[in-house]
Design a protein around this ligand. Structure first.
Ligand code: UDP
Ligand code: MG
Length: 306
């Protein structure tokens, strides 16, 4: 198998057949490839459409049908696990990422042996100023506080060699932040600019809140700096409280009643902040320790002759 395409699908009933058709048109004469659709607990008829494809299509198709919605990260992981190609790619189901661009990325990778991976990245995005500001801040912050490098605008739309796929699959962490995992495993990546299209049908599943949570996950997964900040804050307030004690003794307690209330609130706040940060990491550790699977598949269907 030359290429495996991993396609996470959540409520994409209107898109899966379309993507399949466009893909086949673009990759006509390409050689052997497989489409691995992961139905991430869709609430619409995505699975019905996928089963139809498995029956009718001449293309190698595999469908991993999740028992519920586990999220795009889990869907990508499941798809990568099933991928048997020499090269593997990840592409969205909604045709925002064109198979034509994928073919260009693949060709670039094959022609440039020094690269292991080609990642599509968006220079210009049609998004609001507020969202853009938050994204910029996130990337600046995470690049300062984490050892691995995050590229602003880099998408999950990628094609890479099997060795990269193997490395990614070998990282079995439960709270997955794929952008970080790709940076973490290293390899030489070429960033190819592209412009995302409009969705063929349906709506985006990302809200501001879900993006915010995702950003927090990225920070917690790839940096322990917040813990150090919490510790530093603790030290500073401890020293501060001694200074406060000395000052109170010198100027008399009554004069400082006002200040005292402020201090109590201030210390209380810092303590809560520190506990809050600790518990975020604890919660993540708890998730890892429970060792639950990243996804549960109801079934895996395939039309391949093997
Ligand atoms: N997706 C998924 N599980 C989810 C959310 C999204 O598999 O819980 C898939 C979705 O079907 C699509 C891709 O991930 O193929 C990207 O999602 P979406 O188009 O909503 O994101 P956007 O393009 O707006 O960033
Ligand atoms: Mg999309």
């Amino acid at each position: 198998m030359k290429l495996s395409a991993v396609i996470p699908c959540y409520n994409e009933e209107g898109n899966v057949k379309l993507l399949h058709d466009v893909f086949n048109k673009v990759f006509k004469g390409f050689g052997s490839y497989e489409l691995i659709f992961v139905n991430d607990g869709s609430r619409d008829n995505t699975i019905v459409e996928l089963k139809k494809l498995v029956k009718s299509s001449k293309t190698n198709i595999k469908v991993v049908d999740f028992s519920r919605n586990f999220g795009k990260e889990a869907a990508m992981y499941a798809g990568l696990k099933e991928a048997s190609g020499e090269y593997v790619c990840i592409i969205d189901a909604d045709l925002q990422q064109r198979p034509e661009v994928l073919l260009d990325m693949y060709n670039y990778l094959v022609e440039h042996d020094e690269y292991d991976s080609v990642c599509a990245f968006q220079d210009v995005r049609n998004e609001g100023k507020v969202l853009s500001f938050f994204k910029n801040t996130f990337y600046k912050l995470i690049n300062k506080i984490s050892d691995v490098n995050f590229v602003r605008g880099a998408s999950d739309f990628r094609v890479f060699k099997r060795s990269v796929r193997d490395a990614i699959v070998s990282l079995g962490e439960k709270h997955r932040f794929t952008k970080g995992i790709f940076s973490y495993v290293g390899f030489n990546t070429y960033y190819m600019p592209y412009q995302a299209e409009e969705r063929a049908s349906g709506v985006s599943k990302w809200s501001f809140i879900s993006l915010f949570k995702y950003a927090i996950l990225g920070i917690l997964s790839f940096s322990t700096l917040p813990l150090k900040i919490a510790t530093a804050l603790g030290c500073i307030t401890l020293i501060g409280s001694f200074i406060y004690l000395i000052i109170s003794l010198i100027i008399g307690v009554n004069a400082t009643t006002m200040l005292m209330f402020f201090m109590i609130a201030f210390f209380g706040g810092i303590q809560l902040l520190a506990i809050g940060i600790f518990s975020q990491y604890m919660a993540m550790m708890y998730g890892e320790v429970k060792d639950r699977p990243i996804y549960i598949a109801r079934e895996i269907i395939s039309n391949s002759k093997k």
